[in-house]
Design a protein around this ligand. Structure first.
Ligand code: ZN
Length: 246
């Protein structure tokens, strides 16, 4: 009994990496400790948007901590936040209940793809989406989705209808790319009205037809932002130290 406990202790000490934010032991989670999990506002693993054809998940709802990490990455090129953003997706996804079916699907049969960058831009989503995929052993294709036409950045459009018409019929899924996969996960940074998710699911259905079920396609965003609270680049001058005090 004592020996077993002893070895369990050694095992967990070796397995556990420090929390990505405060460097304390994260306990049973793999990325952040309980306190940082709370500070980041990582949501219980349930979809925020459900349509007959896909499930939309968000790892967090917007809060000051997540805002700083996303701003730092999006507007100030703070590379150290890539791990934090991937960490939020990973910690959320690890808690996904088995009835979503990902535990029964071999990781190689799951394909992860990012929402692509707009023309001339570097893909910021690619940087953390690829880490998320690697963590679970999922296949990853950065170029599976492409824009068919120019769209305005969604955060500059302030009404729901405008967002849907801006993005409708704009994404294209590479032909044949999802054949052989049982599940597809599309990764995005921010979800607000779900317009991008709906457009991605339209592109997905254009490719697979009406055979698919709700579980076949999931969208996973870092955060859900209420309409009207979207990012404005003017707000981003300040980038305080995100490290938490112990
Ligand atoms: Zn921590």
């Amino acid at each position: 009994m004592f020996i077993e406990t002893f070895f369990e202790k050694i095992k967990s000490a070796l397995q556990t990496q420090a929390c990505l934010l405060c460097e304390q032991k994260p306990g049973s989670a793999s990325q952040f400790c309980g306190r940082c999990h709370e500070k980041l506002g990582i949501r219980p693993a349930t979809p925020v948007i459900e349509t007959p054809y896909c499930l939309g998940h968000a790892a967090t709802t917007l809060n000051p901590m997540v805002k700083r990490l996303l701003y730092g990455h999006k507007f100030h090129n703070r590379k150290e936040h890539i791990g934090h953003l991937a960490g939020m997706l990973i910690q959320y996804w690890e808690a996904l209940p088995p009835y979503y079916g990902f535990t029964s699907v071999h990781p190689e049969n799951v394909l992860v793809m990012p929402i692509p960058p707009h023309e001339g831009n570097v893909s910021l989503i690619d940087q953390f989406a690829s880490r998320f995929a690697r963590h679970f052993g999922y296949d990853y294709r950065h170029d599976a989705l492409a824009w068919m036409r120019e769209v305005r950045p969604q955060h500059r459009i302030h009404d729901k209808q405008g967002r849907f018409s801006n993005i409708g019929q704009s994404l294209h899924l590479k032909s044949g790319i999802i054949s052989g996969y049982e599940r597809v996960i599309i990764v995005d940074d921010i979800t607000t009205t779900g317009a991008t998710l709906l457009e991605a699911s339209r592109a997905f259905h254009n490719e697979v037809g009406n055979m698919s079920r709700q579980n076949d396609l999931s969208c996973l965003a870092v955060t859900k932002v209420p309409l009207g609270e979207q990012f404005r680049s003017g707000e981003t001058e300040e980038e305080p130290d995100i490290r938490l005090k112990r």
